[in-house]
Design a protein around this ligand. Structure first.
Ligand SMILES: Cc1cc2nc3c(=O)[nH]c(=O)nc-3n(C[C@H](O)[C@H](O)[C@H](O)COP(=O)(O)OP(=O)(O)OC[C@H]3O[C@@H](n4cnc5c(N)ncnc54)[C@H](O)[C@@H]3O)c2cc1C
Length: 465
C-alpha cells in the first residue's frame, strides 16, 4: 500500500493541473495520476491556444472589454441555455481571476494569432499554446512538491457510504492493480471522445469514420467509474463538439492544424456529389462547429469542400494539399465523385450565383444564391475560375458533452442530487453541467480552470474534514 496523500488528482490536463496546484496552495499533499507516458501528458489541453475570460477593460492582450453580462449572453446564445445556469454564472464570474492566477504560476501571453477565429477581444492567448502552458504548470507542480505519476491509469474509484477511500490503478500485466488512498479525489480525466465503442452506442457504425482531434487516452473510463459509483450524469450522451477536419488527418491527436476552413468560401458536396446544407448560413466563427455533426449525418460520413482559383488563398492553408484540376470533370474522379452529378451540382449552383461578383467575408453580406435548395445565403460567388480544388472533410470530434453533475464546490452529485463528500470533478468530465450543445471558443479551458481551482481548494479542505 502506498503513502497516503491528502488529495489525488486523476488526469494530467488543464483541469487536473489547476486542481493540483490549488490543492497544494491550500496546504494539501497532492499526487497527480496521469495515464499517459510523460511525453504525451496533458490530454486535449496540449492542443489549446486560448482561454475566454471576463474582463473590464482592454489591456496588452485583450483588444477591448468583455463584461460578465456579455460573456453570459454569448454562452446562453450558443448553448440555448446552460443545463445549470448557476454554474454557468459562476464560471463566467470567476473567469475574471484567471489571467492573474495563470500569470502568477508562470504562464506567458501573446497577441492573437493571425487567421484565427477573431477572438482577440474575448479570449487570451498563451504564448506557445497549450503545450507550453502545460509545461509551465508541470514545472510549477514540481516546484511546489506535487508528486506526478505517469503511466498511471486509474481504473476504479473506491467510494463507500458516499466517501472516497482510494483509487485502483490498472496493472501493467493485467493483475490486481495498486491501491492508492487519499483524503479526497479530483477527477479531471476528460471526456469519452476517444472511445469509439462508446460513440457507436449513440452513432452506430458511423463512429468508425470519426476523426478524434485530441488524445487517444480520453476514453471515459473515469466517467463510467463515477457513474458506476452512483454519480448523476448531465448532458446529452450523443452530444459532442465536432468540426470539419481534413479526411486525411490521423485518427487521433491531429490537433488544430487539421481543421479546414474551406466551407464558407465555396460549396460542400457529399459522397453523392450533392450539396446538403447552406455553406453561408452565418459568420464562420459562429457556424464552424456545426459542420462536424452535419458531415456525421451524411452517407459514409464524408464530404468535399469545393473552391476555385478565386477562393483558394482566402482561408488558412490546409495541412495536406488540396486535390486540384483544370476542369470540374477532371476534379470529380480525384475525389471519387460521379463526374456527371458533380458538374451538374456545380453548374446549378453557379447559375444561382451568376449575378454575384463581389463578397465581403467579414460580415453577413447577403450575397446569396437565387432559387437554389439548399441556398447559400452569403458569400456565394460562382465556382468558375480554374484551377478547381477539392478538400475531403470528415467529422473531427473535439470533445463529448455528457459528464457528471457537480455543485458549486465541484463536488460530484449522486442520483438523488446529494454531493459525495470528498469526490470532485473538473474540466471536460463535468462540462455537461454548462455546455448542453453548441460551444463558445475558449470556454473549455474556462470551465476546466475555474472548476479545477475550486475542486482543488475544496478537496484540500474536505480531505482534512
Ligand atoms: C484540437 C483542439 C483544440 C482546442 N482548442 C481549445 C482552445 O484553444 N481553448 C479552449 O478553451 N479549449 C480548446 N479545446 C478544448 C480543450 O482541449 C478542453 O476543453 C480542455 O483541454 C479539457 O481539459 P481537461 O483537463 O478536462 O481534459 P484533458 O486536457 O483532455 O485531460 C484529460 C487527462 O486525463 C487523462 N486520463 C484519461 N483517462 C485517465 C485514467 N483512466 N487515469 C488517469 N488519467 C486519465 C488523460 O491522459 C489526460 O491527461 C481544444 C480541443 C482540441 C481537441
Amino acid at each position: 500500500m502506498s503513502e497516503k496523500y491528502d488529495v489525488l488528482v486523476v488526469g494530467g490536463g488543464n483541469a487536473a493541473l489547476c486542481a493540483a496546484i490549488s490543492a497544494r496552495e491550500a496546504g494539501a499533499r497532492v499526487m497527480v495520476l496521469e495515464r499517459s507516458p510523460e511525453n504525451e501528458r496533458g490530454g486535449n489541453t496540449r492542443h489549446t491556444r486560448n482561454i475566454r475570460c471576463t474582463h473590464a477593460a482592454a489591456d496588452q492582450f485583450f483588444s477591448g472589454p468583455y463584461s460578465e453580462q456579455e460573456h453570459l449572453q454569448d454562452l446562453i446564445g450558443v448553448t440555448g441555455g446552460p443545463a445549470n445556469l448557476d454554474l454557468a454564472k459562476l464560471a463566467v464570474r470567476e473567469s475574471s481571476q484567471l489571467p492573474a492566477w495563470m500569470s502568477g504560476h508562470g504562464v506567458h501571453w501573446q497577441q492573437p494569432l493571425a487567421g484565427t477565429l477573431h477572438l482577440g477581444r474575448t479570449n487570451r492567448w498563451f504564448l506557445g499554446g497549450g503545450k507550453a502552458m502545460l509545461n509551465t504548470y508541470y514545472r510549477e507542480a514540481a516546484r511546489m512538491e506535487i508528486d506526478v505519476r505517469y503511466n498511471a491509469r486509474v481504473e476504479e474509484l473506491i467510494i463507500e457510504n458516499s466517501r472516497f477511500d482510494a483509487v485502483r490503478l490498472a496493472h501493467a500485466n493485467g493483475g490486481a492493480g495498486e491501491i492508492v488512498r487519499a483524503g479526497a479525489v479530483v477527477v479531471a480525466a476528460g471526456g469519452y471522445e476517444a472511445n469509439i465503442e462508446w460513440l457507436k452506442r449513440h452513432w452506430g457504425d458511423a463512429a468508425d469514420n470519426f476523426i478524434i482531434r485530441g488524445s487517444a487516452y480520453n476514453d471515459g473510463q473515469l466517467l463510467a467509474a463515477l457513474m458506476k459509483c452512483g454519480a448523476k450524469s448531465m448532458g446529452d450522451p450523443k452530444g459532442f463538439h465536432a468540426i470539419a477536419v481534413d479526411a486525411r488527418a490521423p485518427k487521433f491527436d491531429g490537433g488544430i492544424v487539421t481543421r479546414l476552413d474551406v466551407v464558407p468560401f465555396g460549396i460542400v458536396v457529399n459522397r453523392d456529389a450533392r450539396r446538403f446544407y447552406d455553406e453561408g448560413q452565418d459568420i464562420w466563427p459562429k457556424r464552424y462547429a456545426i459542420w462536424g455533426t452535419l458531415i456525421a449525418g451524411q452517407p459514409g460520413q464524408i464530404a468535399y469542400g469545393i473552391v476555385d482559383a478565386k477562393a483558394i488563398d482566402r482561408f488558412l492553408p490546409p495541412m495536406f494539399k488540396p486535390y486540384k484540376a483544370d476542369t470540374l470533370e477532371a476534379l470529380a474522379p480525384q475525389l471519387g465523385l460521379d463526374s456527371r452529378t458533380f458538374v451538374e451540382t456545380v453548374t446549378e449552383y453557379n447559375r444561382a450565383a451568376a449575378a454575384n461578383t463581389e463578397i465581403h467575408m467579414e460580415r453577413l453580406d447577403g450575397v446569396g444564391t437565387q432559387g437554389l435548395t439548399p441556398p447559400k445565403s452569403n458569400w456565394a460567388l460562382p465556382i468558375d475560375r480554374a484551377p478547381f480544388y477539392g478538400l475531403p472533410l470528415r467529422p473531427g470530434i473535439t470533445f463529448t458533452y455528457m459528464g457528471v453533475a457537480v455543485d458549486e464546490c465541484a463536488r460530484v452529485l449522486d442520483q438523488s442530487g446529494r454531493p459525495f463528500q470528498n469526490v470532485h470533478a473538473a474540466g471536460e468530465i463535468m462540462s455537461g453541467n454548462i455546455l448542453t450543445k453548441g460551444y463558445l471558443g475558449g470556454f473549455g479551458l474556462t470551465i476546466g480552470s475555474v472548476f479545477g481551482r475550486i475542486a482543488g481548494r475544496e478537496a484540500a479542505s474536505n480531505a482534512r474534514a
